[in-house]
Design a protein around this ligand. Structure first.
Ligand code: B12
Ligand code: SF4
Length: 506
């Protein structure tokens, strides 16, 4: 049996770094882990191919028994086009992935078979049933799979040299219950953890495949602190045995700031960045979002503490949470500047079906009827129906758009960004200089970034680059590895948020 797995192409989004891949020397930032996992769940003697439209054109036609398409809600339109393109009498077209959580019916209209939820149990069952000619239309995971059953993903089927980073998933689920978040709902509120040995094997595979960077894609890496701590120790020990000097990053909660021991372990294991949903500095809002764990210590101090371990805080910030947060945008900007948070993902809050927030707002009658439940999840599409599906009595849609777009523009002004890098260095690990590893790959990235800033970038960006070089000479910036990274991603952030702000105003 031949199976063709497909990851549909997607435009620029805040954290897919599409607009700086030219500097990074890759076609796409992260591997499609779901497809490599599904391939590993398929019988080894099947003819398996993975195509990722983000790194290569898709074949015009495929002569495959099964075409299996993954994707998020943002890829929906393209998923359906591809499903249509490959539909033919001898081919079973299958759609799975996060998109099916929210668009199950639509997916069912485009595909022969739809998978909802995790597929470690359902995918092998489907293949067996297909072999007997008796498969179902919908495969739905009831409850949660035994995560120990999730196999080592087949990186050998990916064109690894076209990606910046590999992905490894250690846990699924989160025991917190932030009001707006679908992770505990979709993946469970008791974290499930993969076997430590398997995680190490997956990292080793990434190393062998030539990666020097791994994103641990857990929604909350320290959800089970004990096993996270054990894994960090094991990763530290493993580091010396790897071919490449690995740099890691993952997602955690802000209260990691009060845990000096685990921060030291993160650093020792090679973690450069931690993505943290800070969302807001407003205590009332955090409480309303059921996110009091962000206030277990002073938020500024928590950020400074993490920076002091030589680890970059990568913040998720949300707007449109009500209670007048739009009136506090200047204070929010000041918070971001003074804490020196460089990479930031800013979004407008939406009520995702299945979350406590969605239930609450439905009861209150505060949800707009939109063509897409997500409103701005399709912000890159030509017709943005609305910023969000949440109705705010205190602010009009046009005011919200103006304020949000103004905020986006200011956040990635070159002078603001440069100052943040300098501010973040103030706390960096006793001002210890950290240099990027001088591999041929990194040298090429540095050369590309330097050429870009000196000769191709707009004048204010060149000025920012020169100011930062000056700051390095004055030892105001000491994390040179992170500076190189920041200069690369700034191009993406600036272009993305400027273009989005522009579209929002239209
Ligand atoms: C890693 C990650 C990324 C990476 C890499 C994405 C990539 N290469 O695909 C980066 C950082 C680039 C990224 C970007 C974004 N992401 Co993201 N990301 C994730 C994250 C944390 C892990 C995904 C992952 O690899 N999981 C591990 C694999 C093994 O699990 P899985 O994908 O769920 O697959 C399982 C099942 O779903 C199923 N399955 C999946 N596909 C298919 C296909 C078939 C045919 C079948 C049968 C089964 C099946 O089988 C798998 C095994 O059980 C998830 C959160 C999460 N917990 O999953 C969010 C998540 C996928 N991202 C999300 C979002 C919103 C985004 C962004 C828009 C954020 C932004 N504002 O910029 C962007 C753009 C999306 C894009 N596709 O480019 C949302 C998607 C929401 C939705 N319902 O569609 C998620 C679910 C987070 C959330 N809870 O909201 N993301
Ligand atoms: S801590 Fe993060 S993953 Fe956990 S419920 Fe809150 S937002 Fe979701």
């Amino acid at each position: 049996m031949k199976i063709t797995f497909i990851n549909p192409g997607i435009g620029a989004y805040p954290v897919n770094f599409k607009l700086c891949m030219d500097l990074a020397g890759a076609k796409s930032s992260h591997i499609p882990l779901a497809l490599a996992t599904l391939a590993a769940l398929s019988p080894a003697d099947y003819d398996l191919r993975i195509f990722d439209e983000n790194i290569e054109p898709l074949p015009e036609r495929v002569s495959s028994g099964v075409v299996a398409i993954t994707g998020t809600i943002m890829q929906k339109k393209r998923i359906f086009e591809i499903a249509k393109q490959y539909k033919s009498p001898g081919t079973t077209v299958v759609i799975g992935g996060p998109v099916t959580f929210y668009a199950e019916e639509e997916c069912g209209q485009s595909a022969d078979v739809v998978f909802v939820g995790e597929a470690e149990d359902t995918w092998p069952r489907f293949l067996a049933e297909l072999g007997r000619g008796e498969h179902s239309k919908i495969y739905r995971q009831e409850g949660f799979v035994d995560f120990a059953k999730s196999p080592v993903p087949r990186l050998d089927l990916l064109k690894c040299d076209r990606y910046s980073a590999a992905c490894v998933q250690v846990t699924r689920g989160c025991s917190y219950k932030c009001l707006y978040c679908d992770v505990p709902v979709k993946y469970g509120d008791v974290p499930r953890v993969k076997e430590l040995d398997q995680v190490l094997r997956e990292v080793e595979n990434a190393d062998r495949a030539g990666f020097d960077s791994v994103f641990f894609v857990d929604d909350n890496f320290t959800a089970d602190r004990q096993s996270a701590s054990r894994l960090l120790d094991a990763l530290s020990a493993q580091r010396k045995t790897l071919k490449n000097r690995m740099s890691y990053y993952t997602q955690v909660t802000l209260n990691v700031g009060k845990d000096e021991a685990i921060l030291a372990k993160f650093r020792k294991a090679g973690f450069e960045r931690l993505f943290i949903g800070i969302e807001t500095f407003n205590a009332d809002l955090l409480r309303a979002l059921n996110k009091a764990h962000n206030m277990e210590m002073d938020i500024r101090e928590a950020v400074a503490r993490i920076h002091s371990h030589g680890i970059t805080v990568w913040a998720g910030i949300m707007l449109g949470m009500g209670n007048g947060d739009y009136e506090q945008l200047d204070a929010l900007l000041d918070f971001i500047q003074t804490t020196g948070i460089m990479p930031i993902q800013v979004g407008v809050m939406q009520a995702v079906p299945g979350t406590p927030l969605y239930e609450q707002l439905t009861r209150k009658g505060a949800l707009a009827a939109l063509p897409s439940v997500f409103g701005s999840a399709v912000i890159n599409d030509a017709n943005i129906p609305s910023l969000t599906n949440i109705l705010h009595p205190s602010i009009s849609e046009s005011d919200a758009r103006n304020l949000t777009s103004g905020f986006y523009e200011k956040l990635f002004l070159p002078e603001m960004f440069a100052q943040r890098i300098i501010n973040s260095s103030k706390n960096s690990a006793e001002n210890r200089v950290q240099t990027p590893q001088l591999t041929w790959r990194n040298i090429k990235i540095l050369l590309r970034a330097t050429t870009y800033y000196l000769f191709r970038a707009p004048a204010p960006h060149r000025k920012m680059f020169l100011r930062l070089l000056g700051a390095v000479l004055k030892r105001q910036v000491v994390r040179l590895d992170e500076l190189a990274f920041s200069l690369v991603i700034f191009k993406h952030f600036h272009e993305y948020y400027t273009a989005t702000a522009h579209r929002m105003r239209q």
